[in-house]
Design a protein. Structure first.
Length: 473
């Protein structure tokens, strides 16, 4: 084999995308064949119908249901015989996610030395408690001045449906007032008449703390006042407590299957999927976004692959690390956390096979899968060669494959220089991110076949003497 590699290196040493190893997978051993055929529709169905059940409430980050789902994955990894990769042999990599909420009490506003003004709620408290007296400056005037402690917005129009989307409202407000907060404004007042949706949003913000991305959250206190209070030009005394912060433990679930080769077992293939989805809506008959295809299917694939690989008497030569992530829907957060704090060295991670939405094929792509970012490495060729042994084709989906390369957890590893791609066997269907993404709508035979294909493909990657290669573009 070494000789063969040298010849290939010679042949390709002048080329730009040298693919140096043989990409033809050998026949499956009898044992591997048996493990693959033990991936059964009934088992796939039992796993997915639990993960996508209404009781899981859409597995929002953070939520008690996501916590239960992560415990379930850990239990399955334990049952498969994987080794916990976390501290003390635990299957969890825990992170404290901070969510925030405006203060519920202690807000007071009055004309200096005079009458109290009734307020209509807070969109945000400040970083610290506020107790000040200042003359209110109009927004347009404040933008020309150096520093105004209290500024009243001229006008803020938001569509009625924004009442259901507090995050969107806060992000809009944050963008609008950024120039003011950069100038050290401490309180922004927003005048609201009766039809304004903002008081509803303020009430909603007191019901559930929210995770807000940096830059999308107001950097000062934002207080709603009745429009007829006409605050501009008045000297007001204002007291507002600080924004409240909550710590929420969120968990990547990580299990290791040690490889059988004394040298290659130092390297690992990372097989992953995101466990979280987008939770529950505030209205409608069916409010639960079950996230069956997105991405209970991917997690079911990871669990099924853990069972299949761990059942092999002769383990693959390389180790395999199985992971499910929190927070993909919030911006690839769980995978970013893992990539920053890897429980297996990234320099020894030969590939990330990330699995996303494998349950709803397009008509002409049943029992096929596709890989995002095809041109960036030879992983697609290797996986296809291996998966053909299960009768599954893995292809380059040219319409969206490149665009989606940066849209899932694989990209957290691409950023760290790891060969990392997502594998899908689905469509961008109308139920995407809707309560109608239910497990009853999945094509279980298709999905089971694709998981077998991913098993045969990943087995080849874990066994092949030469690791997958980035094509350097
Ligand atoms: Zn997804």
């Amino acid at each position: 084999m070494i000789k063969q590699i040298q010849i290939f290196l010679l042949l390709f040493s002048c080329g730009t995308t040298a693919i140096s190893q043989d990409t033809a997978a050998p026949d499956l051993s009898e044992e591997a064949m048996a493990a693959m055929h033990a991936i059964l529709e009934g088992r796939v169905l039992s796993t997915i119908s639990f993960l996508a059940s209404d009781e899981m409430a859409g597995r929002d980050t953070p939520s008690p249901e996501l916590r239960i789902a992560s415990q379930y994955v850990a239990a399955r990894f334990r049952g498969a015989g994987l080794e916990g990769a976390g501290p003390g042999g635990s299957f969890f990599q825990i992170h404290q996610l901070v969510t925030t909420m405006p203060p519920e009490y202690g807000t007071a506003i009055s004309v200096d030395g005079g009458d109290a003004i009734s307020h209509r709620g807070l969109l945000s408290g400040g970083a610290e408690a506020i107790d000040l007296t200042a003359t209110v400056v109009k927004e347009s005037a404040a933008l020309e001045a150096d520093a105004a402690e209290v500024v009243c917005l001229d006008r803020l129009h938001l569509p009625p449906q924004a009442a259901e989307r507090p995050q969107f409202v806060l992000a809009s407000v944050a963008r609008r007032i950024r120039a003011l907060t950069d100038r050290k404004t401490k309180v922004v007042l927003i005048p609201c008449d009766d039809g304004n949706i903002l008081p509803q949003v303020a009430e909603r913000l007191l019901q559930k703390s929210l995770f807000l991305k940096d830059g999308l959250t107001p950097q000062c206190a934002v207080l709603l006042v009745p429009s007829d209070s006409n605050p501009v030009g008045k000297k007001l005394s204002i007291q507002i407590e600080a924004q409240r912060e909550m710590q929420n433990p969120v968990r990547n679930v990580v299990g290791i299957l040690r490889g059988s080769d004394p040298n290659l077992s130092q390297e690992a293939v990372l097989i992953s999927a995101h466990l979280d989805h987008i939770g529950v809506r505030s209205h409608g008959d069916d409010r639960i976004n079950n996230g069956a295809d997105d991405n209970a299917t991917g997690v079911t694939a990871v669990i099924s692959l853990a069972d299949a690989f761990a059942s092999l008497k002769t383990k693959p030569r390389r180790s395999i690390v199985f992971v499910t992530f929190w927070g993909e829907e919030k911006g690839l957060l769980g995978s970013k956390h893992f990539a920053e704090n890897p429980l297996w060295p990234l320099s020894k991670t030969v590939a990330n096979i990330n699995i996303e939405m494998v349950g709803r094929p397009e008509e002409d792509a049943r029992e096929k899968a596709w890989m995002t970012g095809w041109k960036h490495s030879n992983l697609g060729l290797l996986m296809n060669s291996g998966a053909q042994r299960a009768g599954v084709e893995i292809f380059n989906r040219t319409d969206v494959g490149e665009m989606l390369y940066a849209r899932s957890d694989n990209y957290s590893f691409v950023r760290k220089g790891v060969v990392a791609h997502s594998f899908s066997a689905g469509s961008l269907h109308a139920d995407y991110h809707q309560p109608s993404d239910e497990w009853e709508r999945l094509d279980i035979p298709h999905m089971t076949k694709v998981i077998r294909g991913l098993f045969a493909g990943a087995l080849f990657v874990a066994e092949n003497s030469v690791a997958p290669e980035s094509s350097g573009n």
